[in-house]
Design a protein around this ligand. Sequence first.
Ligand SMILES: [Zn+2]
Length: 271
Amino acid sequence: MSAPMARPFDSPPLLRSTLLSLLRLVLRLRASPLKTPTSLLVIVPHPDDECLGCGGLIARTRAAGGRVRLLFLTEGENATGTPDASLGKVRCKEAAQAAARLGVPDNDLHWLGLPDSRLDKLSAAQAESFRTTLLALLESDSTDLVAVSSVLDGSSEHIAAAQLSWASLQAMPNAPALLGYLVWTAWSPTLLWRLLFTRWPVCILGLDPETRTAKCEALACHQSQLRPGKLGATFVLPRGFAATLCARQEFFIKEGPLEVPSRQAKAGCTT
Ligand SMILES: [Zn+2]
């Protein structure tokens, strides 16, 4: 029986919603279906990106009996523009609640503690810490898919996470496939329009009602990002953002280096 669809979020403005629906329709025409992995590792720049970008893929993988591990790069402590350790702790707790709703146990959550808003300015030691942690996680389990915020996602933090991941996997023999999930691209008609005119291979995952409900309810756990904070609305996700990213499908991009779009690459959605 289908679970009832949760609708806890504000609707986006009609014009944005209409434009995004049209662009998603066009993107579907060139997307290949994504096969559910058996062991998925998700690299998360900030708590909430895992739900926004690939909550459906996480829930689907767990429901199919697969393993999912989440590697959080930061605690999102700088969401207000001023580092706030207590906010970081709140966001960690929200992320653990969200992961539980998606079916991911606490012992598959990993926290790197890198500085929020400085992922594109990491020291050599911090970058090495990321690389060694990622490789250790991959070596400890036969991961067949790594997902990270896409290099086309329009955020310097998300781009940095993608570039670090891509560089680390490039140096690894028999590395698993790397797909980029969409956060800001799924919200911005401009970024989604730009994606339509690249030749980067695109994968699509349609979300059944149960999976979509799990994603939306997990996203609702990130309350610090969904309600006005003590300092006002400066760090709150835009109105309608969460509802928009709870769409009926998730798109993923076959990742490569930012400078050289993988024009000849196969979609890689079924490997
Ligand atoms: Zn983020």
